[in-house]
Write a protein that binds this ligand. Structure first.
Ligand code: SF4
Length: 508
């Protein structure tokens, strides 16, 4: 399909309300990226359709129909024979919206908008106001009324008890009719529409706190013009303050984006980081030299061989397919472990576990892991507190894993968080303000691990996408196999990277 100009959609208006430049990119240079979040949303959308299709109503389902959907919707509404429309399409003021569920009532229509989130969020009000404005104006043209607007979201308390039974997954109790704000929408459309013109010029807008609110912007790397000026390291790399409003406003007022121009009174300490870590970053970039904690040797002396390097991947299924789980329960589906037996021996070639929809996945996950890490030696995991420890603590409580609690406790006791070790002891300007393992490997001399190869899985969200692909009955076997292979490579790359980090620190 060719690019459409002079034309807005709900998501484009939402982009424009966040940042004009984001809208411009959406129209003129969009990023085509498959995302796990879309798979999750679609699965929830399918359940929404099933839920409202139960009653014996006359239904028009326009899901996935892009051939004259506005005409088909208009016809259905004017026919007076259709009771419910899925993915109805409306157009008003060059703005098209698709509505999830539209139900005919005695005195008008009810619009229901589905979000695969767990509750009503402030940004939903703006988002749904765009829908309701366009639908209301269109219905008015046909002499009909929009009477009610509701949000559908996920019931977090839902637990899958029987495969395929999703009774109770949907919460449609949020009536937004009185909370919407349609007054500004005509002005917003008028203001944003010129940006969709074929010849419009990309607005000059710098990155700042708006890039993450209300949504994290996909164009950040492309747009961060300061990072393209090689002679300047941008202040935005400073963890926790680089994108804060106070600092971005200050730097904008000073008309600079140079890290070296950030006054120290903005710097903050933070648990898990070395004291004065913002200053450490600024100085390392100024001198173009790494920083190493003089006390490093003392920190490392308590770690024991054999050493293990461990990483988990988890998934929030959205629509659970594993019995006993809730929509956003972090289901562990993959682990990777590398073992370094002694200082004078090489690291092994690694072990792994990978399952997608096995109903006994957690039991198999932990049983195999217990074998892989043995019962002694330090286990390193990067950001272990955020994932690995949490998962192990949860598994201990699960009915089908409780009998393994003492072995799980033994693993937990041996885990050391390599991210915290690095944050307290090492920083290189090559890490650009980030202690993620993918940034750290760039700073380790001789480390050949590269996450940036084309087509690779390069992060946790890609791994989640691979889980969705592998549990989708409509995906091809070839695509599933390819994703499986990439997942195994990716997770093993992470554990090997942790090994390189620890080895490097030990040799310093
Ligand atoms: S990264 Fe920020 S400035 Fe750039 S388009 Fe996105 S929101 Fe706008």
């Amino acid at each position: 399909m060719g690019r459409k100009y002079n034309y807005l959609t709900k998501s484009k208006v939402a982009s424009g309300l966040q940042c004009h430049k984001k809208l411009w990119f959406d129209v003129h240079e969009p990023l085509k990226r498959e995302k796990a979040i879309f798979y999750g949303g679609n699965r929830f959308g399918n359940q929404v359709i099933k839920h409202y299709s139960k009653k014996e109503l006359n239904i028009l389902d326009l899901t996935g129909d892009f051939i004259k959907p506005v005409e088909k919707t208009t016809q259905a509404i004017n026919s007076n024979k259709i009771d419910i429309i899925f993915e109805a399409a409306f157009e008003f003021s060059n703005t098209q919206v698709r509505t999830d569920v539209l139900i005919k009532q005695k005195d008008g229509w009810t619009l229901l908008e589905a979000k695969s989130s767990t509750k009503l969020k402030p940004e939903h009000i703006d988002d749904i106001s765009i829908q309701s404005y366009v639908v209301r104006q269109s219905l008015n043209k046909f002499g009909q009324k929009l009477k009610k607007v509701k949000l559908i979201h996920i019931n977090t308390k839902f637990i899958l008890k029987k495969i395929g039974d999703y009774e109770g997954l949907i919460n449609d109790g949020n009536d937004l009719t009185e909370r919407l704000n349609e007054n500004e929408i005509p002005n917003n459309i008028e203001e944003l529409l010129p940006l969709t013109n074929k010849d419009s010029i990309c607005p000059k807008i710098s990155v700042g706190s708006h890039c993450n609110k209300p949504y994290s912007c996909d164009y950040f790397e492309r747009c961060d013009s300061t990072s393209n000026q090689k002679q300047i390291t941008p202040f935005t790399i400073l963890p926790y303050i680089g994108k804060s409003k106070d600092l971005t406003d200050y730097m904008a007022a000073k008309k600079t984006s140079d890290l070296q121009k950030v006054p120290t009174n903005f710097f903050r300490d933070r648990k898990d980081y070395a004291p004065g870590y913002h200053q450490i970053i600024q100085t390392a970039h100024k001198k173009n030299q790494p920083w190493i904690n003089p006390n490093l040797k003392n920190v490392l002396k308590d770690f024991e061989f054999p050493m293990y390097f461990m990483d988990f991947e988890t998934i929030g299924q959205v629509v659970p397919i594993i019995k006993g789980t809730t929509p956003y329960y972090p289901l562990p589906f993959q682990w990777s472990v590398h073992k370094w037996p002694t200082k004078d021996k090489p690291v092994d070639s690694g072990k792994s576990f990978l399952q997608f929809d096995d109903q006994d996945i957690e039991r198999k996950f932990i049983e195999t892991l217990i074998k892989a890490v043995g019962d002694k030696g330090t286990i390193f995991a990067h950001n272990a507190k955020g994932t690995e420890i949490k998962i192990l603590e949860k598994l201990k409580e699960k009915d089908n894993c409780k009998d393994l609690a003492s072995q799980i406790n033994n693993i937990i006791k041996r885990v050391e968080d390599s991210a915290i070790i690095a944050k307290h002891n090492f920083y290189s300007p090559l890490m650009n303000g980030d202690w993620g393992i993918k940034s750290i490997v760039k700073a380790i001399p001789g480390c050949t691990i590269n996450y940036e190869e084309e087509g690779n899985i390069s992060g946790g969200t890609d791994a989640q996408l691979a889980w969705f692909i592998n549990t989708d009955p409509n995906e091809t076997k070839d695509r599933k196999e390819k994703q499986k292979k990439l997942l195994l490579e990716y997770c093993s790359k992470d554990t090997l990277a942790i090994y390189y980090l620890i080895k490097y620190l030990m040799e310093l």
